[in-house]
Design a protein around this ligand. Structure first.
Ligand SMILES: [Ca+2]
Length: 267
């Protein structure tokens, strides 16, 4: 994306024409710095510069945390969690679902390279603490969606359309929610993190795949915590949560089959 100078050569009527183009884009001054799976995002206004995970926390990463600490998630303690029933098109509280088996043991284990789900806000905070990180604020998540540009005006973090060159740019719901999912993007539920590419900052899964917990209390719903990014259950005609600024919320002890998180850290 960021090139100081580009040179295009064209043969015109037998003469070689060399065209120099010089770009002095704002992005060039903010070339993303990546380290230890995090990207440094330059602050703006009252947002200080911060590090943000390149991808949502995966099942494999959460497994390391559990093995190191013996942590028990709230879904495990309560013995149930929220699952979307694709056959009936409704949400239900299902017993025996965990981060390892978010749709239940009969539906198979969560894949290591997929985002962890069936984790509450409290679980996410516990993971972040163990990792020496914290949850991003809502503002930080949105600035990442905007590729670090506060005046970013495209609908999605990757651009303006669902697809680029015929290829889906995110994991969401195609068809009509809740009755029909045509799965044109290849995934009914979660997808491997990074599968649909990265934005300009080199960050993946900021739109679609799983909703992600943020630090903040919901302004709209008392006692709930904000989620950002949308999920594989978002049908743009119903929810459209995977657009820039998409928002949802749940109570901090709620564990759902389409909600995960990523971590942040102060610069
Ligand atoms: Ca999908």
């Amino acid at each position: 994306m960021c090139s100081g100078v580009t040179i295009n050569m064209k043969h015109l009527s037998g003469f070689l024409s060399v065209i120099f183009s010089v770009f002095l884009l704002a992005a060039c001054q903010n070339k993303p710095v990546e380290k230890d799976g995090m990207v440094l995002i330059n602050g703006h206004d009252d947002i200080k510069s911060y590090w943000l995970d390149v991808s949502p926390v995966t099942v494999a990463q959460f497994d390391k945390f559990v093995k190191a600490t013996g942590y028990q998630t709230e879904a495990e303690k309560f013995g149930d969690g929220g699952v979307f029933d694709f056959n009936l098109g409704v949400w239900k509280l299902q017993k025996g679902v965990t981060w390892q088996y978010p749709f239940g043991q009969d539906s198979g284990a969560a894949k290591p390279d997929h985002p962890v789900t069936m984790v509450s806000w409290n679980d996410a905070v516990a993971y972040c603490k163990w990792a020496g990180k914290r949850l991003p604020t809502s503002e930080e998540f949105i600035l990442a969606e905007k590729n670090g540009h506060p005046d970013y005006d495209k609908t999605y973090t990757w651009g303006q359309d669902f697809k680029e060159n015929g290829v889906y740019k995110a994991n969401f719901w195609q068809g009509s929610f809740p009755g029909k999912n045509t799965v044109d993007d290849g995934y009914l539920t979660t997808s491997p993190v990074g599968h649909f590419g990265k934005n300009e900052l080199g960050i993946s899964d900021l739109g679609g795949n799983v909703w992600q917990w943020c630090q903040d209390d919901s302004d709209e719903r008392q006692g709930e915590k904000v989620q950002r990014g949308g999920s594989y259950l978002c049908d743009p005609s119903v929810c459209h949560g995977f657009k820039v600024g998409g928002i949802a919320s749940s109570s901090p002890e709620t564990s759902l089959v389409h909600v995960g998180f990523r971590a942040a850290r102060d610069e």
